[in-house]
Design a binder for this molecule. Structure first.
Ligand code: GTP
Ligand code: MG
Length: 241
């Protein structure tokens, strides 16, 4: 049996909160409002996943499913430089794919699993897991079907995590809360995806903005991790401090 490992997020405070980093053979989900740092954590993990295990890395390639078009190669290059890694090599080791529909997202997982039988990977990212579900199943009566298909997708993702000993990092959106009047204010503490996603995610991280480039992360609803917080920064080198 393969050894479980943990990937550094780039922030020692965040790694400590997580018990050493994000775990392989497991699903870690980060949710929070826009610009709370979900994508920046993913981009940083794209680099640390490739570092030696002695440096908090996973010594493997990365598969990245992008549903929002927010992957930034130039940003990866900056982050790689911070970790004294070769930016071109780091980028070459990322299997990147843009998904446009839920069906496409499924197909990409099949393709990724096939790649993982050929080469060592340490990380799978889906940024974000719910965006296409919300588009493809937007009708009132489609919620139960959406949740059923989501459940299938998450079990496929979990199978990939276990079969190939990779860490999985999912980002998620928060619910729009119909408050007073016609304005829909996002509720930063309510992830979408319902109990199906809640059940599938081993670790759920709630992110919020602090002062300036500071971000605060809290473990959400975990039976085995403390309800503590960690503060980190988003800087030139990605997730820092
Ligand atoms: P949504 O996907 O819109 O929901 O947001 P998100 O949670 O994915 O936010 P993201 O990770 O994109 O964080 C955006 C924040 O990261 C910005 O507000 C900036 O503070 C910071 N950031 C993004 N790009 C850079 C960069 O190139 N350099 C630096 N220093 N900070 C950056
Ligand atoms: Mg994002």
């Amino acid at each position: 049996r393969q050894m479980v490992f943990r990937l550094s997020t780039g922030s020692s405070a965040l790694d400590t909160l997580l018990g050493g980093g994000i775990e392989s053979m497991s699903i870690t989900e980060a949710f929070g409002e826009f610009r709370s740092g979900k994508t920046q954590i993913g981009l940083t993990l794209c680099v640390t996943a490739q570092l030696p295990k002695t440096q908090g890395g996973g010594e493997g390639k990365v598969a990245y499913i992008d549903t929002e078009g927010t992957f930034r190669p130039d940003r990866i290059a900056q982050i790689a430089t911070r970790f004294q890694a070769n930016p071109e090599e780091v980028l070459e080791n990322i299997l990147y794919a843009r998904a446009y529909t839920v069906e496409h997202q499924f197909q990409l997982l099949t393709l990724i699993a096939a790649k993982m039988t050929e080469e060592p990977f340490s990380l799978l990212i889906v940024d974000s897991i719910m965006a296409l579900f919300r588009v493809d199943y937007s009708g009132r009566g489609e919620l139960s079907e959406r949740q059923q298909v989501l459940g299938k997708m998450l079990s496929r993702i979990m199978k990939i995590a276990e079969q190939f000993n990779v860490a999985v990092y999912l980002t998620n959106q928060v619910m729009a809360d119909p408050g007073g009047g016609a304005s829909f204010v996002p509720d930063p503490k309510k992830p979408v995806g319902g109990h199906v996603l809640a059940h599938a995610s081993t670790t759920r991280l709630y992110l919020r903005k602090g002062r300036g480039e500071q971000r605060v992360c809290k473990i959400f609803d975990s039976p085995c991790l403390p309800e503590a917080e960690a503060t980190f920064q988003i800087g030139l080198g990605g997730v820092e401090e």
